[in-house]
Design a protein around this ligand. Structure first.
Ligand code: B12
Ligand code: SF4
Ligand code: SF4
Length: 346
């Protein structure tokens, strides 16, 4: 175990652009497996059936890769320069979540992790590494807390005293034995801002989320029509949701994003819903090339745009969904008909 190696690794992590680094042991999150099991048993993962697979690995990093000796957790800041909630006051515009307005963080963070991993291997011949961002069966938030980066707030995301909550997480597992950091303590105190602001009441209790009610899940992960009861709560949010993140008081101290590729493209800050309703497959792919939005495909995206138009309260927008009422995609057609009906009711 080398404290000097860890200090040099931390300096390198900062040099390649990460906002923070911490280390924990692979067995540092013994409570996570049970919490994950309860989350899945209660059905809170909705259609994300992949969460039911490889639960043993997800809940226990030492089962995922028994040779790993250390888990290095990294945070990449994407703190926005604008107030992401401003667009909610413009119902003829679509609100895209900040993380989706720039380059896909999966690519950006993974490249950085690989660079850091190569640095470590060069200094420790024979060492092995594996890097993970988001999609692997790894519980990144409890690991980041165990590695001292910050704590899981009542909104369930990781936040830190100097980091705020606008951070992506990445993990570097390694066979190198590095001294662990002390886990971070929870500092939400009596604050409940994130719980109170949630438009769809997605928190059954502090620190717990029912993904089935979360707009991020409904607009990104959920296939098929969204329950009619939940559609009004979406407002004009057409990809993800930032409300619970944006109100957190710890963001006052947040480090700013260093990688401008993650900054929101100006044309995606408040795009006109009427323009988005016209996107065909090719235009959708051209607009969202390199962005995480492309992952959901034109149909789910336009379905979300129709819900937002239905929620706009602006009857002049009804004409922009007329051509979609007989769309090849059944969810788009259903959403367009719903939007017209809702606007006509006004
Ligand atoms: C599935 C998933 C989702 C789902 C479910 C989210 C969720 N909270 O579980 C949906 C689609 C809704 C989602 C949404 C978002 N996501 Co997401 N998502 C994930 C993913 C792939 C897995 C998370 C997971 O394991 N959930 C299962 C539950 C059981 O885990 P958990 O939230 O950690 O649950 C803990 C609490 O419930 C807690 N707990 C339970 N009871 C109690 C009681 C007490 C007292 C305490 C202290 C704790 C506690 O213990 C559990 C285990 O630690 C991770 C990437 C990864 N591989 O980890 C990204 C990740 C969590 N997502 C991320 C982001 C950015 C988002 C969004 C902000 C995107 C957006 N703007 O729309 C939203 C935020 C919504 C929210 N309020 O959480 C980032 C979060 C970064 C951060 N700072 O934490 C991650 C880490 C991806 C990444 N690599 O950066 N996401
Ligand atoms: S992301 Fe939005 S819908 Fe989901 S929990 Fe946070 S405020 Fe609620
Ligand atoms: S808004 Fe308040 S309760 Fe929610 S995560 Fe931030 S400090 Fe914690």
């Amino acid at each position: 175990m080398s404290a000097a190696l860890k200090a040099a690794l931390r300096a390198e992590a900062e040099a390649v652009g990460f906002a923070a680094m911490g280390v924990c042991r692979p067995d540092a999150i013994p409570e996570a497996a049970g919490r994950l099991q309860r989350f899945v048993a209660a059905g809170r993962h909705g259609q994300m059936r992949w969460m039911e697979e490889r639960m043993g690995w997800r809940g226990d990093p030492s089962a995922l890769w028994p040779a790993a000796r250390s888990v290095v957790m990294l945070a990449e800041s994407y703190t926005p320069e604008h107030d992401p909630l401003d667009v909610l006051d413009h119902p003829d515009r679509g609100a895209l979540s900040v993380y989706a307005g720039g380059r896909d963080y999966h690519d950006v963070v993974k490249k950085r992790l690989k660079r850091l991993g190569r640095w470590l291997i060069e200094r420790c011949p024979g060492a092995e590494i594996k890097v993970f961002v988001d999609t692997a069966p790894v519980m990144e938030k409890p690991l980041a807390q165990a590695a001292g980066l910050g704590w899981q707030g009542k909104h369930t995301n990781l936040l830190g005293r100097d980091l705020g909550n606008w951070v992506f997480l990445g993990a570097l597992f390694t066979t190198v034995d590095l001294p662990p950091d002390a886990p971070a303590e929870e500092r939400c105190g009596s604050c409940t801002r994130c719980l109170d602001v949630c438009p769809t009441d997605a928190f059954p209790a502090p620190f717990q989320l029912d993904a089935r009610r979360c707009i991020s899940y409904l607009t990104i992960e959920h296939r098929g029509p969204v329950d009619e009861d939940l559609r009004p709560g979406l407002g004009n949010r057409i990809y993800g949701c930032d409300d619970c993140l944006a109100v957190c008081p710890w963001n006052k101290f947040a480090v700013t994003a260093r990688d401008q590729r993650l900054a929101m493209r100006p044309e995606l800050r408040a795009p006109r819903l009427a323009d988005l309703a016209r996107l065909d497959d090719a235009a959708f792919r051209a607009l969202f090339a390199g962005s995480p939005v492309k992952r959901i495909g034109r149909d789910r995206f336009v379905r979300n745009v129709c819900y937002a138009i239905g929620n706009s309260g602006d009857p002049s927008l009804a004409a922009s969904v007329t051509h979609l009422t007989d769309d090849c995609d059944a969810s788009v057609a259903d959403a367009a008909r719903w939007a017209r009906l809702r606007l006509a009711e006004r």
